[in-house]
Design a protein around this ligand. Structure first.
Ligand code: ZN
Ligand code: FE
Length: 256
């Protein structure tokens, strides 16, 4: 049992990697390094070591730094077993229910297909932290490149079941544009309107909107609310199959 120190590293135009350090053992991991140099700079300024590279999925903006960081620090690359054929540097493949240790902290692995077929999310219960990659964003969800709306909806439901105080660390700073879309879906959602204003204030100061919490996402993220009567009514689909409502909302976002 251990609570990780978690630092956010902005990469490329809108990606986030996360540097995790277990204070008990000093073990260090990075989640989704899009590129190596800014991550190495943070490691050199801080812990001076990297033990693990954790990938949520195979996209280049999540694994681009793998090889250089692995070569420099001897870190092991751990990611979706299903992506073994397209993450060349992978050392250990993960499937649903697997556990990954970062020192004395342990994550549970969820398979969350939809954005990609192999996508996984990592949940560290003691740290109240979920690394959601491009499955669940603050106020949004990933595009469906390799999955159906029904698959993505069931992936999101898996994450929605986690405790309300779970902090959601996602792959991108898309929150402000997600908020603009979300208010078109649920113009009468007061919690959403208040959150959109907070997000504008944060971004106006150049600050990240990450992490959010699952509690806030449940009340404001339209993609987690496809089975909520208020959201269903707002999109004119009261009583419909939640997966169909999710598909409608995702379709609107894709066309927006
Ligand atoms: Zn992606
Ligand atoms: Fe991405």
């Amino acid at each position: 049992m251990s609570q990780l120190d978690i630092a956010l590293i902005p990469l490329l135009s809108d990606n986030y990697a996360y540097l995790l350090r277990d204070p008990k053992t000093g073990t260090v991991a990075v989640v989704d390094p899009a590129e190596a140099d800014p991550v190495a700079a943070r490691i050199e300024a801080g812990p001076g070591r990297l033990d693990l590279i954790l990938n949520t999925h195979h996209h280049g903006d999540h694994i681009g730094g793998n090889e250089a960081l692995k070569a420099r620090y001897g870190a092991a690359v751990v990611g979706p077993a299903a992506d073994r054929h397209r993450i060349a540097s992978l050392d250990r493949g993960l499937v649903e229910g697997d556990r990954v240790a970062v020192g004395a902290a342990e994550a549970e692995v969820f398979e969350t297909p939809g954005h990609t077929s192999g996508h996984i999310a990592l949940w560290f219960p003691e740290s109240h932290a979920l690394f959601a990659g491009d499955t669940l964003f603050a106020l949004g969800c990933g595009r469906l490149f390799e999955g159906t709306p029904a698959e993505m909806w069931s992936s999101l439901l898996k994450l929605r079941r986690l405790p309300d105080d779970t902090r959601v660390y996602c792959g991108h700073e898309y929150t402000q544009s997600n908020a603009r879309f979300a208010v078109t879906v649920e113009p009468d959602n007061a919690a959403l309107a208040a959150r959109a204003a907070e997000i504008d204030a944060l971004r106006g100061r150049g600050e990240p909107t990450i992490p959010s919490t699952l509690d806030v996402e449940k009340r404001t993220n339209p993609f987690l609310r496809a089975d909520d009567p208020a959201t269903q009514a707002a999109v004119g689909m009261a009583g419909a199959d939640p997966a169909a409502v999710f598909a409608e909302i995702r379709g609107r976002k894709d066309r927006a």
